[in-house]
Design a protein. Structure first.
Lengths: 215, 215
DNA sequence: GTCCGGTAAGTGAGTGATTACTCACCCCAG
DNA sequence: CTGGGGTGAGTAATCACTCACTTACCGGAC
């Protein structure tokens, strides 16, 4: 009551943020169409009318969620450090451990999938502009290792897809389809990394021929 | 008009089937909540009221879609033939080529994902009872190859997840996220199969020790 | 202090459109 | 003339969104 002006000087921003996070959770849980503005308001503890004071439409609230989500930059810079050292295991372990964010946040995978399925622009913005960079980066790293002869000749983008596919699929099974993990996360990561790196080992014929197919 | 009674003696069954397929397409495209009964009726070329003559509720129509979808048995028996011959390449190529059905039908992946996200029982029935058998089968095959010393010691279920993950992820990117394929389907399959099989090759230490970890 | 006025935060009670679903009725083959 | 396939015109509920309105808070004028 008294300290209101000091503590919540930016009350409107707080409201906006809490609306966004409430909405993100609900959209992730039940989809855009499956979530009502009344529910969002209730979850944020305000009246439905107020939602429309902050966001002109339900859709605007939806797209606003985007701005809240962190980019991949932190992960990429961490990965780059190991990449510079040509430490394959660390590079891929790191990537697998981060489990191909959206933010390691379990709601983001659902949100992303819902967006893609429902055909919203969110999927394009999120996946197209942020996530796809990641695949390209990984493919680039694999390409340089191929050039160095550390990996055998393979389509690097396909290899990147394969690795991320293994990890993401596991996350998908676990988080979306409720398949229980039958071993620890650490075991999963190390098994996948080893399997993948072994699959990329240069074959004897490659070494002989010095083959490095470029895409 | 004239031959109606002869040709469509089972008019009601035809109607039912066309309603189911129309509904399946729409649910796959826009989700359960995103599809209206009016749209379904229009797509099937009947009045909205008729929909409710055949199915008591929208949800009943949804669950009825299940019965229409073929089980995995054909794929499994084809795979089993190669499995008996211990022809790893053929086994995995076949699996990858079938692209981990639902029926090679592109709508089924969307339908399955929507179901899982929206939390319908369809996901449980479809994935739980049909699809999961497939993972277990694959894991079983991998286990026997490990026992024979053809593959190195690895958690077989994890390996099965990894392989199917690679393929499904690719399908996901392509069909759900509209990522263009940058090489032919055949190339993708053979690359993935080779990568995977190479990753499973027994290491020299395994051979020496005759290691076959069982889960 | 206190009174004023302007402004932003917040709401209850709607609005028209859309939803899943119903019902009285029609049509026509047997 | 009867019964099943088929429909137009509803209905109550719910939806996203609006509006008239109250309350709370602020900086000054006196």
């Amino acid at each position: 009551m008294k300290a209101t002006s000091a503590i919540s000087r930016h009350a409107s921003q707080d409201r906006q943020a809490s609306l966004i996070s409430s909405a993100a959770n609900l959209f992730a849980a039940k989809g855009f169409k499956g979530t009502t503005t009344k529910e969002i308001a209730k979850a944020a503890g305000v009246s439905e009318a107020l939602v429309f004071k902050y966001f002109p439409t339900k859709r605007a609230l939806y797209t606003a969620i985007l701005a809240e989500k962190a980019p991949l930059s932190e992960l990429l810079s961490a990965v780059e450090e190991f990449a510079r050292k040509r430490d394959d295991h660390r590079v891929f372990t790191l990537i697998a451990s981060y489990r191909i964010r959206p933010g390691a946040d379990p709601t983001m995978l659902r949100l992303l999938l819902f967006s893609a399925l429902e055909g919203h622009e969110l999927a394009d913005m999120f996946f197209g502009k942020q996530h796809r960079v990641f695949y390209d980066y990984l493919a680039g790293y694999i390409q340089t290792r191929i050039d160095e002869g550390a990996f055998h000749a393979i389509d690097p983008l396909l290899a990147a897809h394969a690795f991320i596919g293994m990890v993401v699929h596991h996350r998908l099974l676990h988080e979306i389809f409720d398949v229980p993990l039958h071993c620890s996360h650490k075991d999963i990561v190390s098994t996948y990394v080893e399997l993948f790196l072994k699959g990329l080992q240069p074959s004897s014929t490659d070494k002989k021929r010095g083959l490095t197919r470029v895409r």
